[in-house]
Design a protein around this ligand. Structure first.
Ligand SMILES: Cc1ncc(COP(=O)(O)O)c(C=O)c1O
Length: 394
């Protein structure tokens, strides 16, 4: 029975009823204005443009694309990336890799190494179920433990040697140490050397295209030397993976054979500020496709309003309000944010919807269970965000 105390959505359906419809994939008549806030809205046309642009860059340059799942954690988007020619998907966790594999996406690179029995056994078990799965390693101890588990499971496990490229969190020292690790992997009957990787994560957000190019080149020198050493030693280097959205048009003449770009699907305000090759100050090669939609809930003070998105929605002062570049953002707790405007600006009204471009995508998407896909004001789809928290993420 309909609960008449609840506000009615378009089409005279109360929200709980709509929620049940959404779960069944029935969206007819649903509009942005009907959505409960805060929620994540993806602009369908902008997303499609971003996906197409990176896919055509990959085709034009021959630099293959293995996009990172951590940014969207959405199987529907991963499938679109594969349909457009991606050779596989990168994941940040073993849980994401298990999830994708269960969903029929098999060419997976987990860009981190397993440590401890839980993750080592899961990685080997996934390799047994899905021989195309591979993961990064940068420590001889981990290789020893993976080999023991692989031997016990009688499973050949694909590994990628992760070489230091400027981020101190990961990567074995380039040159002889990395070569020795690659030789160690190649020598084992239960391990298969698939290639090398080097993630120049500091280069990604370096402001200014020339400075970014300089940094990316510098940070990939060790990886290039290691690839050369491996070739001379007769090791099979089937792939050299790395790169990111910020360097997608820089790494084309590097040692990389494939790009791990993630953020290009949606973009965020932090990336927007790095500047692109042809536009200093703004990186506009890919459009802003994701917003956190919020509602103005109060106006207790002049020149500001309260919105229903705060820390739990990963609101940040560096976010930007769509269509209102003059508005500044302040956090005021878990469920509250404040928007400020100047004396000359038009005030926001109670009940008004605002759409906020986030600063850091992977944290924002981690805070929601679903993307609402919009075509203008119409909601045309709803895609689950998977593996975003709790056991599903670990
Ligand atoms: C190992 C690795 N590769 C690639 C990426 C994707 O980078 P971006 O989102 O900047 O394109 C990330 C993101 O953090 C990463 O951790």
């Amino acid at each position: 029975m309909a609960n008449t105390d609840l506000p009615e959505a378009n089409g005279n359906r109360p929200w709980p009823d709509r929620e049940a419809q959404l779960v069944r994939g029935e969206l007819s008549g649903l509009a942005k204005a009907d959505l409960p806030t805060p929620c994540l809205v993806v602009e369908q046309g902008v997303l499609a443009g971003n996906l197409a642009r990176m896919a055509s860059h990959s085709r034009a340059t021959g630099l293959r694309l293995r996009p990172h799942f951590k940014v969207h954690r959405c199987v529907a988007i991963a499938r679109q990336q594969m349909d457009l020619g991606a050779i596989g998907i990168c994941t940040a966790t073993i849980a994401e890799a298990e999830l994708l594999s269960q969903c029929g996406i098999h060419d997976i690179l987990w860009t981190s190494q397993p440590a401890g029995p839980n993750k080592i056994h899961r990685a080997v078990a996934l390799a047994a179920r899905n021989p195309n799965f591979m993961f990064a390693v940068d420590s001889p101890e981990v290789v020893d433990l993976v080999e023991q588990a692989a031997t016990a499971a009688r499973t050949v496990v694909g590994l990628v040697v992760d070489v230091y490229a400027g981020l101190t969190r990961q990567g074995i020292e380039a040159g002889s140490p990395a070569l020795a690790l690659a030789q160690r992997v190649h020598a084992s009957p239960w391990l298969r050397l698939r290639g090398l990787m080097g993630y120049a994560g500091w280069a990604s957000h370096t402001h200014g295209w020339e400075a970014r190019r300089e940094r990316s080149r510098r940070e990939l020198v060790g990886l290039a030397e290691t690839v050369e050493l491996c070739h001379r030693a007769g090791l099979p280097v089937g792939l050299v993976s790395g790169g990111c959205t910020g360097t997608y048009d820089i790494d084309t003449d590097s040692v990389l054979t494939e790009l791990q770009c993630g953020s290009y699907v949606f973009m965020d305000t932090e990336y927007r500020a790095i500047g692109s090759r042809h536009q200093a100050g703004e990186f506009t090669d890919f459009g802003l496709a994701l917003t956190v939609m919020a509602t103005v809930t109060g106006r207790p003070q002049p020149g500001q309003c309260t919105i229903d998105a705060g820390d739990k929605a990963v609101l940040r002062p560096t976010d930007r309000v769509r269509g209102m570049p003059w508005v500044t953002i302040e956090n005021q707790g878990a469920e509250y944010g404040i928007l400020h405007w100047g004396p000359q600006d038009e005030p926001l009204r109670i009940g008004q919807r605002v759409e906020i471009y986030p600063t850091i995508l992977d944290q924002t998407t981690n805070a929601s269970e679903r993307f609402y896909v919009a075509d203008g004001d119409r909601i045309v789809d709803a895609w689950p965000i998977m593996g975003r928290g709790g056991p599903a993420q670990r």
